[in-house]
Design a protein around this ligand. Structure first.
Ligand code: URA
Length: 206
């Protein structure tokens, strides 16, 4: 299922990210803030379990997360959202998937894949800010599923109809969270209107 998180705070922050004049420093800070806000929404669907807590007056029933959360950014741009998510879920572990895009075919090529131990109870937040062709997302999902993970939530900033369709056609069981759904993909695989190359803008490489 696709969730597009229309929210006044997120929209205002996205306006700053999209602005080509936003500095690398401000871009990263805003991505951190958005990642925190988005995490609040994503975690709404996580399962909880009962625990008993002693307050200063009596023992009471409370709830705590029943699932282990594993954040898996797709390198490089996915790294930009990890700090914000970890601030909200400090116990989350982090795995990494390294993919680069073959510029001719736009197909992802894997160069790194490492996850901490996972089990059937693990919830993976697969993080990639731009859901463009959907090829990297699908490759990431395939790798994570190959380790036996049953629950995967895709977390991104901007998507386009083509990327969402590609992901949902192949992986209908994966929940997709985006801040904005943009108009289209251009012929070289960038989202329009978009925010440019997210990795370059995060790391100042262009
Ligand atoms: N990756 C990006 O960084 N930007 C896009 O628009 C598409 C893919």
């Amino acid at each position: 299922m696709l969730h597009v998180l229309n929210h006044p705070l997120l929209e205002s922050k996205m306006a700053i990210l999209r602005d080509k004049n936003t500095s690398t420093k401000d871009f990263k800070e805003i991505v951190d803030e958005i990642a925190m806000l988005v995490t609040y929404e994503i975690t709404r669907s996580l399962e909880t379990k009962k625990i008993y807590v002693d307050t200063p007056f009596e023992t009471t029933e409370c709830k705590t997360l029943a699932t282990e959360v594993l954040i898996v950014p797709i390198l490089r741009a996915g790294l930009g959202m990890v700090d914000g998510i970890r601030r909200i879920i400090p116990n989350a572990k982090v795995g990494h998937i390294g993919l680069y895009r073959n510029e001719k075919t736009l197909e992802p090529v894997q160069y790194y894949f490492k996850l901490p131990p996972v089990n059937e109870n693990t919830t993976v937040l697969l993080v990639d800010p731009m859901l463009a062709t959907g090829n990297s997302a699908n490759k990431g999902i395939e790798l994570i599923k190959s380790k036996g993970v049953k629950k995967i939530i895709y977390v991104g900033l901007v998507g386009c109809p083509q990327g969402v369709k590609a992901l949902q056609d192949k992986n209908p069981d994966v929940e997709v969270y985006l801040v904005d759904l943009d108009r289209e993909l251009n012929e070289i695989g960038y989202i329009l209107p978009g925010l440019g190359d997210c990795g370059d803008r995060l790391f100042g490489t262009k």
